[in-house]
Design a protein around this ligand. Sequence first.
Ligand SMILES: [Zn+2]
Length: 269
Amino acid sequence: MKFKSLVFLLLSLFIIQSCSSIPGVKEPSEAEINAESLKAYNEVKAKAKISNNREWKEMVDRVARRIAKASGENFDWEWILIEDPQVNAWCMPGGKMAVYTGIMPILKTEGALAAVMGHEVAHATKRHGKQRYSRAIKGNLIGAVVGGAAIAGGQFLCKTQTCKTLTGLGGAAAGFAVAFFDRKFSRGDETEADHEGQVFMARAGYDPAEAAVVWERMAANNGGKASDEWMSTHPSDKTRMKNLRTWLPQAEAVYSQAPVKYGIGENIR
Ligand SMILES: [Zn+2]
């Protein structure tokens, strides 16, 4: 009993300390964010059904490998193809990627897949959402000390389908997962990821003209409605397509320097 009281006192002090220090809070380091990201990714891997479509898997493997290299980032890269009808793809901080089988037929070409993966990788290399993840990790730590309920409560905050599916895991990385899967990047972040992603795909050897076409295929699939996962977190608009066409000469200059050129790659069947 005495020991419990002591523990409670220490925890209380820790909480008070944590709360009182929030204005000048020491944000988690990149290594800490990446560690939370890895935990969330491992939960996804444990729960998700990994696709056994060999042709698609090989395509995702080679595109991911080329985009990762083109990014110039020294992440501990990992990627999976998840068997799931959601039209979705993402890259967590630290280079943990996933592509959902639902997005593959809509993309139609390997080059379009390179555009999507380039865009997602750019969010990670540009450290978009870092502050949000920091807050989530911090909040989760405090919540865990208070009673664990805060973690389970995370599920109710989820709005997107992926978030609902995956944070029901009740895992240690729930706070991070909510922040990641309910992500809505700012318009500025989206523009930056579009721009950088197009450069990545060009450097990786894919025709950068395919980037603008992705949005048309996505919109056509939805009949113009943003009902799917990737579309709901990545609002499409004419400005983005226009931007991608405006940046094309710059991306084409990068493409011309690519040691191997794959064009739009293979068709996705
Ligand atoms: Zn995005």
